[in-house]
Design a protein around this ligand. Structure first.
Ligand code: GAF
Length: 392
């Protein structure tokens, strides 16, 4: 049974009538382009098969009543929320995500009424795979659909606009200063492709990427080291980049080219130099990766993944022991390339591997974790999957 079927079933059991619609949205892995999105740069994510589904239906009152299926197999009710009274900071925990989306839609002038929502997902949480954005994207689409504004309807917001609404929910309601990577991936990715997204222009191109066609796999290693953007150094790094752009008198670090990098670094204090070095070189790596994928050379991106990891570890300093162990063990066991993904300080790494090496690499990674007495990682293969859509 899919998460959407389960959401429909639970909605009917909980509310005594069928959901008027069920939407789902996927988590993501980012092939390359980390901490570039809030610098107006380039990213290259793909959707994973894991999704969050949201069933929606009307209510007589003004409440947003949200229930979610927990890991314990039980439905859990979120905070009671009256839509007209939503204010940033009024909710914490998981129910801040749907409440934040309702708030952002209302701020944008959409008259979100009282609604029942039932949420079922299988995107691992706290794993840097964007479960919170999958949830918020599915909620945004379900709410818009309820208002007759599903994608494709006259006057419906575009997917790019929905991504910005979800970003507003995350930044201003939930309080995490994240960029546009995750929402855009969840909304705009398509099967068998990675999404080359230019954050500044808003343009998004599909880049064919189906590792299995080349006897390759993309292994995801969820280190189980918990990450959290609001509590981590994410905001600090972001502010550092903004300060560096100011000092360099550019709109964003996107405007510094590789050729200009040495001169730019000379103008900056030590603590900002390594941030700028990462962002500028990472943008360049995204462009090189896109070029290789477009020429069909999937295996050729391995060294770029390794270089991205080294840059995030040494220059941007957002890696951690678990992520380094995962990436190093995979490469030493024969992966073509490996890197941490997402905000960092925990979460997941990816490794591009030959299908024939899967068992050996997986077991080398598990052994490396065991040798250091680290929690056993969760390992799975990510297939480039479909973006958000209406399922029922
Ligand atoms: C997190 C954020 F949500 C993204 O916006 C992005 O900045 C990423 O970290 C780092 O590339 O996933």
């Amino acid at each position: 049974m899919t998460v959407s079927e389960r959401a429909a079933e639970l909605f009917a059991a909980e509310h005594g009538r069928a959901a008027s619609a069920v939407w789902s949205a996927p988590g993501r892995v980012n092939l390359i382009g980390e901490h570039t999105d809030y610098n107006d740069g380039f990213v290259l994510p793909m959707a994973i098969p894991h999704r969050v589904a949201v069933g929606v239906g009307p209510r007589e009152d003004r409440k947003l009543v949200t229930t979610t299926l927990g890991d314990d197999g039980e439905l859990h009710q979120g905070d009671e929320v009256v839509v007209d009274e939503l204010r940033p900071g009024s909710h914490t925990g998981w129910s801040a995500f749907p409440a934040g989306v309702a708030w952002a839609l209302r701020q944008a002038g959409h008259p979100v009424p009282g609604l029942n929502l039932v949420i079922v997902g299988d995107v691992p949480t706290g794993a840097g795979l964007s479960s919170s954005h999958a949830l918020q994207c599915a909620v945004a689409l379900a709410l818009l659909d309820h208002l007759g504004l599903a994608p494709g309807e006259p006057d419906a917001p575009s997917l790019a606009e929905i991504a910005r609404l979800v970003q507003r929910s995350e930044n201003d309601y939930v309080g995490a200063p994240t960029g546009l990577l995750d929402q855009t991936a969840s909304l705009r990715c398509v099967e068998s492709n990675a999404l080359f997204f230019d954050v500044r222009s808003g343009e998004a191109d599909q880049v064919p990427f189906d590792p299995r066609s080349e006897d390759l796999e993309l292994l995801v290693i969820d280190t189980r080291a918990k990450h959290s953007h609001s509590e981590s150094g994410y905001g600090e790094r972001r502010k550092g980049c903004e300060r560096a752009a100011e000092l360099l008198e550019v709109k964003a670090l996107r405007d510094v080219s590789t050729a200009q990098l040495p001169a730019a670094l000379e103008q900056l204090p030590d603590e900002l130099q390594s941030l700028v070095k990462h962002v500028v070189t990472e943008n360049e790596r995204v462009l090189s990766t896109v070029e290789l994928l477009r020429s069909g050379d999937y295996a050729g991106i391995g060294p770029l993944l390794n270089a991205s990891h080294a840059s995030l570890r040494d220059d941007y300093r957002v890696s951690c022991l678990e992520l380094d162990v995962a990436a190093d063990a995979a490469v030493q066991a024969g992966a073509l390339g490996a890197r941490m993904i997402g905000g960092g300080f925990g979460g997941s790494a990816i490794a591009l591997i030959s299908s024939a090496d899967r068992e050996r690499i997986e077991s080398a990674v598990r052994s490396a974790f065991a040798e250091r007495s680290l929690t056993e990682p969760r390992v799975f293969i990510a297939i480039p999957s479909a973006g958000a859509g209406r399922d029922l």
